[in-house]
Design a protein around this ligand. Sequence first.
Ligand code: FES
Length: 185
Amino acid sequence: MNTIVTQSPCCGETTNPQFQKLNAYLDTLAIDQKDPRRKDKLIMTLHYAQSLFGYLPEIIQIYIAQRFGISHADVSGVISFYNFFTVTPKGKIQVNVCMGTACYVNGADKVLREFERVLGIQTGEVTSDQKFSIESLRCVGACGLAPVVTINGKVFGKVKPEQVPDIIEKFLIEETKIEAEVINA
Ligand code: FES
């Protein structure tokens, strides 16, 4: 049975800007139960919601299900089918450590443990300042560079555990520079 969401899913406020944008987007879709493109529209909506919220919290899934007139299970089925959707929050800086076979045999597990140690979080978690999150991935197709780490889409090959603090510091410096540019803009 669908849960009816009558308030903003995020803060209990109907003024939540992300929720308003999602609502406006859904209004433009003119969702029709008989529309054969309804599933495409659902996937587009999930992409849009993830771009707004950074992930797909359960309450947003329920709201989208309600707007599409389908069950929450239908929505979560689509989310779990496509691995680009995530139901857990991510940091601004997303660390992905490849744990495919080539990376694993070349020490990816030690690299992953070092990221966890330095950032003080486990895989799948986000730091309390929301800056970093860590995920492990299957083969990213760069086995010749094993072990491979990607951070916000940038690829690091042949990573050694002792390089991890420098890699993190580099991203923190870049992040600080971007924040300073935004403040001075
Ligand atoms: S196993 Fe890591 S890139 Fe292929």
